[in-house]
Design a protein around this ligand. Structure first.
Ligand code: C2E
Ligand code: CA
Ligand code: CA
Length: 389
């Protein structure tokens, strides 16, 4: 698991010696008649015949334990560690290439699951690896070729006004049609692509707000930010530049952060929140109540609103426990001078309970689904006429 780091730190000679030491260590875990080979780089493979899955798993545990011990090379002590994949013939493949490829897939799954583990191949792993590769080749292209689109979902104040929308990204794929963000955001976060993707979202939204402003429609839009974007200082310089290019005195964009974002790196989060606030952006805490929800966090970070997660909203009129939680969360928010926005409101009965109990804004299919900018304009006109009557 750590070979590349060691090699970079101590050089190739040292790396070669470590590989030799690791090879001997693995060899000491094998049974008679089994073959160890180096496939290349830091990858080794063991061929075991006339064995069983349980015997292979026991061997994998022996190797993991052995490689968990430090290696001493010259005066230096290093930890190597490893991840292992197991595939069996004929169950997981009848030819050499398939068996090796599936062992590789299982090994990648072990790495993905936190390293220092072994995994036995399952056919579902292939699906996931295939999906990963598909995203890997296509999502970057999507960003370059303008295949991403933003849908806007209105938030409705308790008085029935629309002051702000949420921007939710979608991918219009020529191959697969409209893809929901749940299918690609976590990949984008893992691969780092979320940084350019999130910047695109922010700048595209700002241009849309400027178009609306020029038509006389003044509205704010909240964008979702991932933890990885917080460390990216160019996000601010780009936003500042775009604000001035489009003649905004202060930011009509607000940001939604999750609790885990704040916890992962408190200092960075604090400075990010302060920078956004200084530009005039509000900061909202997304999915509130699903994560760590620490009250001290609410007090420490200068946030403007919390978004009550849909899990508290669903059937709230019928669920006494949800009712108590909503009342308690609203009370805490009011004590700290925070607004409460309820997410995923689907029925009039849910809405009646929320509004009666002090929720400031509501968002959900009851009012409107997320929709493209032009569809929002039509919806908004209809909404206003309905309200006048
Ligand atoms: P989220 O921020 O919690 O967004 C709310 C999700 O609930 C959206 O799903 C929205 O379409 C859906 N929703 C809204 N009203 C209702 C309702 O009444 N009932 C139900 N069942 N669902 C409702 P969506 O658009 O699929 O987005 C999923 C998640 O993807 C978002 O969750 C957000 O975490 C992430 N995401 C979306 N766009 C971006 C983005 O530009 N950047 C980042 N980092 N994440 C994004
Ligand atoms: Ca959100
Ligand atoms: Ca949410």
């Amino acid at each position: 698991d750590n070979f590349k780091k060691v090699n970079d730190a101590y050089g190739h000679m040292f790396g070669d010696q470590l590989l030799q030491a690791v090879a001997l260590a693995i060899l000491s875990c094998l049974d008679e008649g089994q073959v160890l080979a180096r496939l290349g780089g830091d990858e080794f493979i063991v061929l075991a015949t006339k064995t069983s899955q349980s015997a292979l798993e026991a061997m994998a545990s022996r190797i993991l334990n052995r490689l968990r011990q430090p290696f001493r090379i010259g005066l230096i002590e290093v930890y190597s560690g490893c991840s292992l994949g197991i595939s069996l013939a004929p169950q997981h493949g009848k030819d050499r290439e398939t068996v090796i490829r599936n062992a590789d897939t299982a090994m990648y799954t072990a790495k993905e699951n936190g390293r220092g583990k072994f995994c036995v191949f399952t056919p579902e792993m292939n699906q996931r690896v295939f999906e990963y590769l598909w995203l890997d080749t296509n999502l970057r292209k999507a960003l370059d070729d303008n295949q991403l689109v933003i849908h806007y979902q209105p938030k409705v104040t308790w008085r029935g006004e629309i002051r702000s929308l949420e921007a939710l990204v979608r991918w219009q794929s020529p191959e697969r049609g409209l893809i929901a963000p749940t299918e690609f955001i976590s990949y984008a976060e893992e691969s780092g692509l979320i940084v350019p993707l999130g910047r695109w979202v922010m700048l595209d939204v700002l241009q849309q707000i400027a178009k609306w402003r020029d038509k006389g429609l003044n509205i704010r839009v909240a964008v979702n930010l991932s933890a990885r974007q917080l460390a990216d200082q160019t996000l601010f310089s780009d936003l500042r530049q775009a604000l001035s290019d489009l003649h905004f005195e202060y930011s009509p964009i607000d940001v939604e952060l999750t609790e885990s974002c704040l916890i992962e790196n408190e200092e960075v989060a604090l400075s990010v929140i302060e920078q956004f606030s200084a530009l005039g952006a509000q900061v909202h805490l997304d999915d509130f109540g699903t994560g760590y929800s620490s009250l001290s966090q609410l007090a420490r970070f200068p946030i403007d609103a919390i978004k009550l997660d849909q899990s508290f909203v669903r059937d709230v009129h019928k669920q006494p426990v949800s009712q108590s939680l909503v009342r308690a969360i609203v009370a805490v928010a009011q004590a700290l001078n925070l607004q409460v926005i309820a997410e995923g409101v689907e029925s009039a009965k849910e809405d009646a309970f929320l509004t009666k109990n002090g929720v400031n804004e509501r968002q959900g299919f009851l009012f409107a689904k997320p929709m493209p900018a032009a569809a929002f304009e039509r919806w908004y006109k209809r909404y206003q006429t309905r309200k006048m009557r």
